[in-house]
Design a protein around this ligand. Sequence first.
Ligand SMILES: [Zn+2]
Length: 1018
Amino acid sequence: MEKLSKNAKIGIGVAATVVAIGGYWYLSSKRASEPVTHVGDDKQAEQEPEGYQDPGYEDAVCLYREEAIKRKKLVDNVHYNNKLVLLKGKEYHGKSTVVFTLKNKDYQDGEVFIDFQCKIIKTLAINGKAVEVKDHFLNQRINFNSGVLQEGENTIELTFLNNYRKTGTGLHKFVDPADDGEYLYTQFEPFDAHRAIPCFDQPDIKATMTLALIAPEEHVSLSNSHEDADFTNTEKPEESSQFIEENGFRQAIQGIGNYRITKFSKTPKISAYLFAIISGPYDVVEKQGNAPGKDEPLRMRFLCRKSLVEYISQAYDHMHEAVVTGIEWYTEFFGTPFPWSKYDQIFCPEFRFGAMENVGAVTFSEAYIPTGKLGTLHLTRLTNTTLHELCHQWFGNLATMTWWDDLWLNEAFATYMAYHCTSENEILAKKTPGFWVALNMRKQAALNSDSLSTTHPIVKDAVTTDSADDMVNAITYGKGSSFIKQLIHMIGREAMSKGCTKYFKNHAYSNTNIDDFLDALSYGCATADVELEVNLRKYCIDFLTHQGVNKVDTKIEDIEGGIKITFTKSNMKYSQYINAQKMDYYLFDEEYNCELHSIVLTDDSEPQTVEIKGRTSKNTFILPNAGDHAYILSSVSDRFIDHFKEEGIQKVPSNLDRTVIWRTLIAMVKNKKLKSTEFFDIVAKNIFKESDLILLSTLLTTVKPFISLYIPKNMYGDLVKKMFEGAKNLYESLPESQKELKNLVKNHIFSYLHDKDHIKAAASWYSEGTIELEDEDKKAIILAAIRSQYLEESQTKDLLEKYLQDNQTDRGERFKITADAAVPTKENKERVWNIIINPRENELSSWEYRAYISGFYSRFQKDLLKDYPSKYLEALPKLVQIGEKDLMTIFTSGAFPPSYLIDQDFLDKVNKIVTDFEKKDKVKYDSFIKLARGIIESKQGQARIEEFARIKDSEEEEKEEPEEEPEIPEEELDESEITEINIEGVINNVRCSREEAVQALRVNRNDVTKAVSHLNKK
Ligand SMILES: [Zn+2]
């Protein structure tokens, strides 16, 4: 699976009516969750279906590792035969047969069960004998108490009626507002297969499956294997009718109209989370590609919903190229041919993750669909994700972790290998030159998470499937891939490749754990004749099973004839261990010439020294971790910063090493070795000189939260203004020939919309069409206008209407929700908050829920929102217990009030709620506890960094201007000369009354910066 990158743009509107409410206006909307009338619904409304409803249908249920271990010992040789009638509307019918071997009839009650979150099971038969459903079906499990099953083969048959889901898990349904097309797809990892079909929902009970889907005739239906048969009832009336009768679907298909039956061939043995069911009026493009070791070219299909096909073909071409290249590369590197019989890639609406590696039917988020010409940034993400999912066809799908503790065996490899594959292919590397920089972004996310108390080792103790779900995080992906990168740096490519070959030879179509991989790796190292300075097994286990980050500090001293470098290793907070690592470093001279060196850092805190002849400390600057192979935090000296800060960073030739410098500086801010304000100065001098698109994009994306989180709050207005102007000037100066860089810079202009003049200017660019704007740009302008109210009401309204007219899609619908939520009236905020705290009652999909929350808070609306931190505290316990993890997560983190509304007292109160849940049930509420604690710690960290910069700044100011009163201009302005814009500017920067702002502006001649500084010094 691939996470969804924060940079990825999602989304796609609807005509809206603007109505007045509460003294302002908001948009009335036809909510996407309103029931839609379908032919199928009428039938469902008429008669209550027979059968038994699970009273625990809506509860939060997870599978414990202990239960999975016991079940695995008892159950084997599993085959599923599923037949589903995919009705229009809210529900689907199914008939399933589960055949399996019971290895020992002497089992305890509760040890053997089939997972199934199903609304109604109509009939249930065990080994040919009909049984009462209610005797077996409870809390999303079909239980077989001791004595019910026979040793050897057992056959369970059931018929059922279930709901489609709206959370992007299980069998998700999306109705496209553009053309009413009903699109279905599944997302099963880690524990969501049983939300669609009855199964043993754990990775080490691999099974085969046969599947038949009955869907409206205009649908295309796909699954993991080839279609054996695909016909409509008009094409083959007799065969269709016979199939319907045989399976008792006559009643179920009433109202479906003409239908299509698609039957799929039996799959190989795969884990339940890797099954896929896709059906809908998708647009299909078919291609082929050679796969080494296969007799025939592989069939590769590309699917996307009809309303989004405009720009898709360029994406398909690149994905096809990446897949063909990747299959060849992985086949060679893993010494194992592509394991499956076909390879389809499907873009899915409202997809929960970036992409998912279902065997032979990979699903992608629509965020990867280009909305214009495919540029380098987009291409880098698309190529990488394509190769990531392809890698899973081996790591994850062919050899699968036994339990979720070893999720790294899937994700660390897929994440890293995609970049390594790119690095060894000239065409892909040239098209996406920033790929290593992109991998570094993942490492940074990991270093952040790994510095919190809520971190965990790469191999996590996953007690339940809930904690498995939480492992889709920066540690598994970012630290895991950093480990693989470090490992290859230590042992070399050949040993790694030979180790992987052995791993797949021994474990194809089965399950593995950390030891299986390390055995294969030892074999690889031995075969490749690698001599190591470390004990391989210990080095790997230490890295994989300990949490936390190591820090490496360096010191250069003069010795006779040269220099001595001392490397000091230490544990950061919450780190359990010092890992051995092979680290490269650069020695620069004053002319920026550099020399590459390497050291194996030992797994202890003993300082290590290296002597180098012919240099002096005066002409040597050291940059630790050149090439970004080590997973560490490091620092550079003040001399380094002074020498490099003006323009030296650009003189470092590799984009990855420049990234390392930037990341080192950022880490120094977070560790309070460098003031955030000083860092910002370095940024302002260097950022717009950066030529690598990915690095520039990363920096621009990093700087925005930096300003709002780490810089003293009173400087916010000034700094965003500076960034807006810097980006705008650069945008205007760039020639058309650098279109992509120009576009990138332009996108960032709008993330700094805060100043009244800027918002007005941006709005006129939009309404007059002066600058070509992309979707995200337009949304940023409209939201800034609504939130700030700096424009005439009618102007804002026109912009929004224009946007919605142009985007009569789900993207537009969701943006309307966000725009509505942003409207700054008391009544509106109350209305929105009521929806936010009652997502179930309002039947919100996860995407609608996010849309409400993302519009709610705004820095412009501090007064209006000041009571919401306490309302958050009130609502939080209820949302924690809602029984839908996705909604809990979105509320806890998304609705968490921003830093400008909260203080330590608030954080203490959240912590109290967390502690209460911890006391109640630590395992059950583990996800919430970790999530909330992580947020609290991050907020506290931000406050400390901000304080550090503020105290440092004030110390320096005191040094510079001891005891002096601020300089007051001789002549004060008359109050009438003070502009409204500037009064607001001051109020936005300093907590002061209007009168104080006016007075400060009078004495500072209407200069906001001076007035702010004047008030701050008071
Ligand atoms: Zn993955």
